[in-house]
Design a binder for this molecule. Sequence first.
Ligand code: PBG
Length: 339
Amino acid sequence: MPELLKPTLSPTPYLIKRPRRNRKTVAIRDLVQETFLRPSQLVAPLFIVEGTNQQIPISSMPDVFRYSLDLLLKEVIQLYALGIRAIDLFPVIAAEKKDAKGSESLNPNALLYKTIKAIKQEVPDMCVMVDVALDPFTDHGHDGLVDASGRITNDNTLDVLAQMSVLAAEFGADVIAPSDMMDGRVAHIRHALDANGFSEVNILSYAAKYASSLYGPFRDALSSAPKFGDKKTYQMNPANSREALLECNLDEEEGADMLLIKPAMLYLDIIAKVRAQTHLPIGGYQVSGEYAMLKAAAERGWIDENRAFLESLLSIRRAGADFIFTYAAAKVAKLLTLS
Ligand code: PBG
């Protein structure tokens, strides 16, 4: 062999460690896989509207619909068949039923409560979570009550949230998920639930919820965008991570059973840090804007939709989340059962 074609450097003994050996075949790759995604780890957020036979699209959330109760029940049966074991309910409230106090949230005849009851009758093993906050119900779109000077007030909001939680529990909710970010709401809700005989109802607190730009499509779905100001006096500054640990600590001390980090995809570092400080189960919420970004890029053919969703959810699990809220739950559950 001519001198020039000889390798200049023998790979051995310099490369004793070759990580590629563990990626050689499908079998070995599967053997060393660290993180898994299962349908039972997914929570499907569902939007409910009044009426019958309604399946109303949301333009900023392709393939996500607002369902009337009759069709919602069919959807829940399908989700269960796909291996999904938890849903989270969001009611769309007609403008004429919204007011400054969010009174409809405490109306026992409201759509939300009817829906909880019907789902628990139809699919009793489905875990029904209820998002507790006032924004779908208030005409100003804020998560809490507002005083004369336009401030979102904390302590009197807690009473409404606690009453709403007790109502949801009475109608059969398994898990109360407060998403309002008021101080002290976990303790307040826990106390109210226990005092009313619901000590077995869980609290999943949206413990670290950021004032994110990525909730827009969700607010389109519920027509719940704030009519004045923003949510920065209660939702967290995206620049902060220590504050998330503080929020999670407080909610744990107040009696939260599970902690939620939201958004998830842009806040994987927060999930990992919270994982390191708590023994509670953690959820990540792949929010509407994160869903919309993936769908939009896929629609343009710029990314492969199925692979991108699987990878994004696996990443949230890898960061340390036990379960994930995602609008792609049904789609992903199907992919997981096929693979
Ligand atoms: C209500 C609530 C919001 C979301 C979940 N619960 C909106 C908000 O805080 O403005 C956002 C979910 C999403 O964007 O997917 N408090």
